[in-house]
Design a protein around this ligand. Structure first.
Ligand code: M6R
Length: 604
C-alpha cells in the first residue's frame, strides 16, 4: 500500500518527485520522503502525515541541475508512522525506497546488528540499504553489490536504490510489487509503482516483470531477468488518460476494489497472526479488563459488518454484544453501563452520526474503540484506541473492500477476546487462525465466476424487487447484498433472515420477485434450504449461491467447498458484490458515483 517514484534528469527533481508522490498519495499517507543525489551530495527530507508536510519541509531546497532522486509515500506495516520509519532509508552513502515485505529481514538484521550496523527504524526495508553497503565493501562495483543484495532478500519488493559510489545510476529490482520505468525524448527516466505519475511526463513505459533487476544511467537501461539473463526492455505507449490509468484497466473503481480484496486482506492480517495467537499491537494488554458487554455503532455497510461482529463476539468470545444504527442511537436516550466497550465502525472515520455516538460514549465515560480505514480521521483521533482496517483508499461509493477488511478485523478481534477470556480452547483458536489465513484465497475473483455472473445478470434487470436471504451471520451478508444492489442499480432490494419470510414477505412471492439465496454448507444448511424451497414452491425466481448442488433454483452459482463457514461467507460476499455490479452496468448506471449518494456522509 505504499507508493514509489524515481527520477533521473536535468529538470526540477524535487518538484517531479513530489508531484509523482501526490499521484500515489491515495496508496499510503502516513509519512513520505525523498532523497536527491546531485554532484556527489545527498539531500534527504522526510515528514509524517500528508504530503503537504513534506512539501513544507522541502520549501528552500532547489534542484536545477542533473540529479537522481527517489521518493516514497508510506502506509505503515512494520513499525509505527514516524519520521524514522519513513522512507528513503539511509546507509552511510546510499538511500533506498521499498514497497512490499522482506520476509527474511529479521535474520538479515540480526546478522548486520552483530557486525555493528546501527539501525534507525523499525522497518523491514532498512535492511536492504545496510546489506547493500556491506556487500559493496567486498564488490568491485555497486551493481555487483546490488545484485548480491537482491539474491539475499526474500519476499515481495519494488526497490529503488541510489548510492554516492555511482552517482549517475538508479538501481532497481522488482518481485511481486508493481514497478515501471518511463522514458521521453528529453532523455529523462522516471520510475513509479503505477502509471499515473508518469502520464504527461513519458511517452513510453516498460513494466518490469517479477525477478527483474538492473540500473539506469542517462544513456542506458540495463535489465536482467530472474534467471540473470540480460533482456531488452519492452516499451509500450503510455495512456494519456489519468482516470482510466488509475482504474488499472477495470471499468469502474468498484470493480477494481472487488478484485483488490484479496491483497488488502493480506495487509489487514499482516503482523496480526502468529501460529496460535491473535496480536493487535494497537490494544493495550489490559484493554478488555472489566468489560462484560460490547456495543457496536455504525451506518450503512459498516453497520452490516458490525452485525456480523455481534454473531462472532457472542459465539466465540461469549460476550454480550448489541448493535445499533448510529442515527437511531443518538436520539433514544440509550443506557450505557460502565462495563460496556463502545465500538464505532467506519470506513471514512467521518460519518457524522457515528462520530456523534462516539462523543456520547466518551461523555458517558465508556471505554471506546474505533475500527476505521482512515488514519488521522476524526473517529481515530477521538476514540481511546483504534484499529486500522488497511483497505487502502476506497473510491467507489459502494463500499466493498472496506467491508471485507472490517469483517476480517472482527473475526480476529472476536478470537482475541476468546483467547483472553478463555472461551475457546487454544486448539480451536489455532484452527481458526489457519482459516483466517485462507481468506485472501477465498475472495480471489476467478474469471469463470465473474463470466458466469456477467451472463446471468441479464435475467435480473426487471421484476418488482429482490430479496436477499440468509440465516445467522449470512443474514447481515444478505442485508449487505441488498444494500449494494439498491444503491448502484436503483432497483428495490431487501435483506431478510431466511426463516422470517413466512411471517409476511413470502406474500410477495411470484416469478417477478427475485430471491438471492445464500446457502452455506457449514451453517444451518438444511434449515436455510427448506426456507428457499418454500419460496420456490410459490414460484419466486431463485438464484441460489451455494457449494452444494441445489435443483430448486432457476439459477445456481456454485461456490467452492471450504472448511469453515466464514470462508463461505467471504466467497459469497464477492458473488453478491459482482452480481450488483453487473446488473448495474447492464442498466447503464454510473457505478462509482450513484445518484443521490456521497462517499463520506458528514452531515446528519
Ligand atoms: O464511512 P462509513 O463506513 O462510516 O460510511 C457509512 C455508510 O455511509 C456507508 O457504508 C454507505 O452505506 C456505503 N455507501 C455503502 O456502500
Amino acid at each position: 500500500m505504499c507508493g514509489i517514484v524515481g527520477y533521473l534528469g536535468r529538470k526540477n527533481t524535487k518538484k517531479i518527485l513530489l508531484n509523482g508522490l501526490k499521484e500515489l498519495e491515495y496508496r499510503g499517507y502516513d509519512s513520505a520522503g525523498i532523497a536527491v543525489l546531485s554532484h556527489g551530495e545527498f539531500s534527504s527530507f522526510k515528514a509524517v502525515g500528508k504530503l503537504v508536510n513534506l512539501e513544507a519541509k522541502t520549501k528552500g531546497f532547489v534542484t536545477n541541475k542533473f540529479a537522481i532522486g527517489i521518493g516514497h509515500t508510506r502506509w505503515a506495516t512494520h513499525g509505527k508512522p514516524t519520521e524514522l520509519n519513513a522512507h528513503p532509508h539511509a546507509g552511510h552513502n546510499s538511500y533506498v525506497v521499498h514497497n512490499g515485505i522482506i520476509e527474511n529481514y529479521a535474520q538479515l538484521k540480526k546478522e548486520l546488528l552483530h557486525e555493528g550496523v546501527v539501525f534507525l527504524s523499525q522497518t523491514d526495508s532498512e535492511v536492504i540499504v545496510h546489506q547493500f553497503e556491506k556487500n559493496l565493501q567486498y564488490s568491485t562495483n555497486a551493481f555487483k553489490a546490488f545484485k548480491k543484495t537482491i539474491s539475499e532478500i526474500k519476499g515481495a519488493y519494488a526497490i529503488l536504490l541510489i548510492t554516492k559510489s555511482e552517482d549517475k545510476k538508479i538501481f532497481f529490482a522488482k518481485n511481486g510489487s508493481p514497478m515501471l520505468v518511463g522514458i521521453n525524448e528529453e532523455n529523462e527516466k522516471y520510475f513509479a509503482s503505477s502509471d499515473t505519475p508518469l502520464i504527461g511526463q513519458c511517452s513510453e513505459v516498460n513494466y518490469f516483470e517479477d525477478g527483474d533487476y538492473g540500473y539506469i544511467t542517462p544513456n542506458e537501461l540495463i535489465i536482467y531477468d530472474k534467471n540473470a539473463n540480460k533482456r531488452e526492455p519492452h516499451f509500450t505507449k503510455l495512456s494519456t488518460n489519468k482516470l482510466s490509468a488509475q482504474k488499472d484497466g477495470y471499468r469502474f473503481f468498484m470493480e477494481k476494489e472487488i478484485y483488490e480484496q484479496s491483497s488488502v486482506i493480506i495487509d489487514t492480517l499482516l503482523g496480526r497472526l502468529s501460529e496460535d495467537r491473535i496480536i493487535f499491537d494497537e490494544l493495550d494488554k489490559n484493554f478488555f479488563d472489566g468489560i462484560n458487554e460490547i456495543k457496536l455503532c455504525a451506518c450503512g455497510t459498516s453497520y452490516h459488518s458490525a452485525l456480523t461482529a455481534s454473531y462472532m463476539f457472542e459465539r466465540y468470545s461469549k460476550i454480550k454484544t448489541s448493535v445499533e444504527v448510529a442515527s437511531e442511537f443518538r436520539y433514544r436516550s440509550p443506557i450505557m453501563s460502565k462495563n460496556m466497550l463502545f465500538v464505532v465502525i467506519s470506513q471514512s472515520g467521518e460519518t457524522a452520526d457515528t462520530l456523534e455516538t462516539l462523543k456520547m460514549a466518551k461523555k458517558a465515560g465508556l471505554k471506546t474503540l474505533a475500527i476505521c480505514n482512515v488514519d488521522n480521521s476524526s473517529m481515530v483521533r477521538i476514540a481511546d484506541t483504534f484499529i486500522l482496517t488497511r483497505a487502502g483508499i476506497e473510491k467507489g461509493v459502494a463500499s466493498t473492500k472496506a467491508f471485507a477488511t472490517q469483517v476480517t478485523v472482527f473475526w480476529m478481534l472476536s478470537l482475541q477476546v476468546a483467547q483472553i477470556k478463555k472461551s475457546l480452547s487454544s486448539k480451536e483458536i489455532q484452527k481458526q487462525i489457519k482459516y483466517l489465513r485462507a481468506i485472501p484465497a477465498s475472495v480471489h475473483v476467478e474469471d469463470a465466476l465473474h463470466e458466469k455472473i456477467k451472463r446471468l445478470s441479464k435475467r435480473y434487470l426487471n421484476g418488482h424487487g429482490f430479496f436477499f436471504i440468509g440465516r445467522d451471520i449470512f443474514f447481515p451478508l444478505a442485508l449487505e447484498g441488498a444494500l449494494k444492489l439498491k444503491e448502484i442499480s436503483y432497483l428495490h432490494a431487501e435483506g431478510y433472515p431466511s426463516g422470517e419470510m413466512k411471517h409476511g414477505p413470502i406474500a410477495l412471492a411470484d416469478p417477478e420477485l427475485f430471491t438471492i439465496a445464500l446457502l452455506p454448507q457449514h451453517l444451518l444448511y438444511e434449515k436455510a434450504k427448506s426456507n428457499v424451497e418454500e419460496l420456490s414452491a410459490r414460484d419466486s425466481t431463485i438464484c441460489a449461491i451455494s457449494p452444494l448442488e441445489f435443483d430448486k433454483a432457476d439459477d445456481f452459482i456454485q461456490t467452492k467447498e471450504h472448511g469453515h463457514y466464514m470462508l463461505e461467507f467471504f466467497e459469497m460476499m464477492v458473488v453478491v458484490q459482482l452480481l450488483s455490479l453487473e446488473i448495474s452496468i447492464r442498466l447503464g448506471n454510473d457505478v462509482d458515483m450513484p445518484r443521490n449518494l456521497a462517499k463520506s456522509v458528514t452531515v446528519e
